[in-house]
Design a protein around this ligand. Structure first.
Ligand SMILES: NC(=O)c1ccc[n+]([C@@H]2O[C@H](COP(=O)([O-])OP(=O)(O)OC[C@H]3O[C@@H](n4cnc5c(N)ncnc54)[C@H](OP(=O)(O)O)[C@@H]3O)[C@@H](O)[C@H]2O)c1
Length: 509
């Protein structure tokens, strides 16, 4: 049962001293009637309340275009939480949250709407003791990011005097480097970098946060985490669904912009980064940026050789998709991190829609030992694999060779499988819970710093440019398969193969 002991102030360790910060605030959600708010943000807020991780002095104001009373909006939110929350909705707790939720109707272009919102927030400050602190969550289409930020500024809603105002921005952050630079300028003219929280919701996932712990808190991983011992790294994120009702958005994005520029390169940086000097936000971001700066300089020839794109059969018939669309629904890359640790080790990345399983995994394939002892008798041994399972299963899987019990002296690969979310009582928080919680505390470690965005666009733009100038032969893969055959050839040329993901490792043994 919920005990009403929410803290007004949260403490965070910074350089050994406890810094106490004010987390009392109003969260203003632009796009409060949208899919993201209903499916992710409201359930996340409910779960934070359940876990006693919301400040007591806190309320939520949702902005949308549709006509609704507070009561009607609250009823809709109730239904969404019931449907999507990972923790079953408790009626008593809901009453507490319900009374903290308000709805404001106006069009994002409408100055009167912002003026009304400002007055309303000031009133709520009095009722909730929120001291002028705000989180502005932009759960809206990217074309509105600039407009809303400008209007907030014009209406004097971003002051950062005694109070704080932060902005949380959904992806995509730009559609190439130029548009991202432009957007960033518009945002940072109003909100400082410190108060800008660029969301890559993958970073809020439990196992992403675990990658650094696995690497830097275990003596048996870190010493072999380099080109002396690692043969290749495979980072896959596959979906079984197609574009569903997001055809309009996806047509402009494609797999490269929708997945590679952000989520996939974030997975790569966490896998490849050096240990940071400490766990402060900037130290971690500095190391991640160094990886992005070390990515192999791409030439058009390298793009043609090392980047594969695909489109599933039937994509061109999807809603709001052009019948001759060249948008890729699959992308695979061979990436090199040109630094001392990783020189010569290929990182293979692939992502796509309508693939056989829904899964995100990082597979580290280790180099074979000299074939002196067992090779003659048993042939080539299976390589050691370390698999970091991000979603839907969370955990770590280690494959190594052992003797099969019996008189025949056979060697077999065996597995140690740690499944984090299979354990009773290990109900991992949703990414958005962690991200909202961190934004409330003023901790931007799990958000992307501007230079990460900048360097990842620089890399991805080179690929996009070559692809723009080359007509693809689409569609080129059947739904339910692992993408175009060229994606397999990318590894076969190097005498590797994609390891199966999503729990089907046995296929390879
Ligand atoms: N949905 C997801 O799972 C998901 C996942 C990751 C990232 N995102 C990102 O999150 C953002 C929102 O996505 P979404 O799926 O929630 O979009 P959505 O369902 O289309 O919702 C858009 C919201 O914006 C409001 N809106 C649009 N134009 C407006 C205007 N001129 N004035 C006032 N309100 C306006 C809509 O209000 P009305 O409905 O009242 O008109 C609605 O609340 C996008 O940037 C998307 O890329 C979404």
């Amino acid at each position: 049962m919920y005990r009403n002991s929410l803290c007004l102030r949260h403490g965070m360790e910074e350089g050994g001293t406890m810094v106490v910060m004010d987390v009392s605030s109003i969260m203003v959600i632009f796009g409060g009637t949208g899919d993201l708010t209903h499916r992710k943000l409201m359930p996340a807020l409910y779960n934070l309340l359940y876990e006693k991780n919301l400040p007591e002095n806190f309320c939520i104001v949702s902005v949308g275009r549709r006509d609704k009373t507070d009561d009607l909006y609250r009823n809709e939110v109730y239904e969404s939480i019931k449907k999507y929350s990972r923790i079953k909705l408790d009626e008593e707790l809901w009453k507490i949250l319900r009374n903290k939720i308000y709805y404001q109707k106006f069009d994002f272009h409408d100055d009167d709407g912002y003026a009304r919102l400002k007055g309303f927030l000031n009133e709520l400050d009095e009722n909730y003791n929120t001291d002028g602190n705000r989180i502005f969550y932009l759960a809206v289409a990217p074309e509105y990011f600039e407009l809303i930020v400008e209007k907030l500024n014009e209406h004097g809603m971003v002051e950062n005097n005694k109070s704080w105002q932060r902005v949380m921005i959904e992806k995509p952050f730009g559609r190439d480097l130029n548009s991202a630079v432009y957007l960033n300028k518009k945002i940072t003219d109003v909100f400082s970098e410190k108060n800008t929280y660029r969301i890559d919701h993958y970073l809020g996932k439990e196992m992403l946060q675990n990658i650094m712990v696995i690497r830097f808190a275990n003596v048996f991983f870190e010493p072999v985490w380099n080109n002396k011992y690692i043969d290749n790294v495979q980072i896959s994120s596959s979906e079984t669904v197609g574009v569903e009702n997001r055809g309009g958005y996806y047509e402009k994005a494609g797999a490269l912009r929708d997945m590679i520029q952000n989520h996939m390169l974030q997975l790569l940086t966490l896998t490849a980064m050096e240990p940071p000097v400490d766990l402060t936000t900037d130290s971690i971001h500095d190391e991640k940026v160094k990886v992005l700066k070390s990515l192999q300089e791409l030439t058009p020839e390298l793009v043609l050789k090392n980047a594969v794109r695909g489109q599933y059969e039937g994509y061109r018939y999807e809603d709001r998709v052009s019948p001759d669309s060249d948008t890729e629904t699959f992308a695979a890359l061979k990436v090199f991190v040109d630094n001392f640790r990783w020189a010569g080790v290929p990182f293979y990345i692939r992502t796509g829609k309508k693939l056989p399983v829904k899964s995100t995994e990082i597979i580290i394939q280790f180099k074979p030992l000299p074939g002196i002892l067992y090779f003659k008798e048993y042939g080539e041994l299976m390589p050691n694999l370390l698999v970091i399972k991000i979603q839907p299963e969370e955990g770590v899987f280690l494959q190594f060779n052992a003797k099969k019990p019996g008189t025949l002296n056979k060697l077999i690969p065996v597995k140690m499988d740690f499944c984090q979310n299979c354990q009773v009582g290990m109900n991992s928080p949703e990414a958005y819970e962690r991200l909202i919680y961190d934004a409330l505390r003023g901790d931007s470690t799990l958000f992307t710093r501007w230079d990460e965005v900048e360097y990842s666009w620089k890399y991805v733009d080179k690929i996009a440019e070559v692809w723009r100038n080359e007509k693809p032969d689409f569609p080129n893969y059947k739904p339910g398969t692992w993408g175009p055959t060229d994606a397999d050839n990318l590894l076969l040329k190097d005498n590797f193969k994609w390891w199966s993901i999503g729990g089907f490792y046995d296929e390879n043994l």
